[in-house]
Design a protein around this ligand. Structure first.
Ligand code: MN
Length: 208
């Protein structure tokens, strides 16, 4: 789903992926103001910069994921990575009290989490720790390896697990722009609150 939205404009320009919810729908976990800036300004800026950088280059004919996999460290990688990361990020949320949505993973995803971490609670603790201890700006990821096993990885700056051959499933953005309006310096409180708005159906749909 994400892949089609974010990567649809192969020969034209990359586009801002549509939000699946209203800009205030994630309150009180993420405020409208944070969405307005994080989605409307930060992500839009990454999209605009990427389009400027890839115009009339071979990157302009590639999918976002292929750019992230192959671009060397530098502006193209950074902006493509941030567009891909944020497309995955904003797609994986749903309102706190969304009807018909489970607050915990189900089915194959739940089984994979239990197999890798022992329990959902242990997984949450390890994911929180990865997000909280990442020094500076970056992302904590739940990803799937080629054997189907799940791992937690920390990626600085614009990093994405696809560069390590992993499938990204769930991400926590710990750049300060993701939480400073709502939580100031309390990154741990922001990360702890995110569990209330994860759409586990979306996360599970990303599994290979
Ligand atoms: Mn961000």
């Amino acid at each position: 789903m994400l892949t089609q939205i974010a990567i649809s404009a192969l020969s034209a320009a990359f586009v801002l992926p549509q939000l699946r919810y209203e800009q205030n729908a994630l309150e009180p976990v993420i405020s409208r103001e944070t969405i307005e800036y994080h989605y409307g300004k930060h992500l839009q800026a990454y999209v605009n910069t990427l389009n400027t950088l890839v115009k009339d280059t071979d990157y302009g004919k590639m999918t976002l994921e292929d750019i992230v996999r192959t671009a060397p460290a530098g502006p193209v990688f950074n902006n493509a990575g941030q567009v891909l990361n944020h497309a995955l990020y904003f797609e994986q949320f749903r309102p706190v009290a969304a009807t018909g949505k489970s607050s915990v993973p189900q089915g194959r995803l739940a089984e994979a989490i239990n197999a890798a971490f022992g329990s959902f609670d242990v997984f949450k603790e390890k994911m929180n720790t990865a997000a909280i201890t990442l020094f500076g700006a970056g992302w904590a990821w739940l990803a799937q390896d080629e054997k189907g096993g799940l791992v937690i990885v920390q990626c600085p700056n614009a990093g994405n697990p696809v560069t390590s051959g992993l499938v990204p499933l769930l991400c926590f953005d710990v750049w300060e722009h993701a939480y400073y309006v709502d939580y100031r310096n309390r990154r741990a409180d922001h990360v702890a609150a995110l569990w209330q708005i994860i759409d586990w159906d979306v996360v599970a749909s990303r599994m290979k």
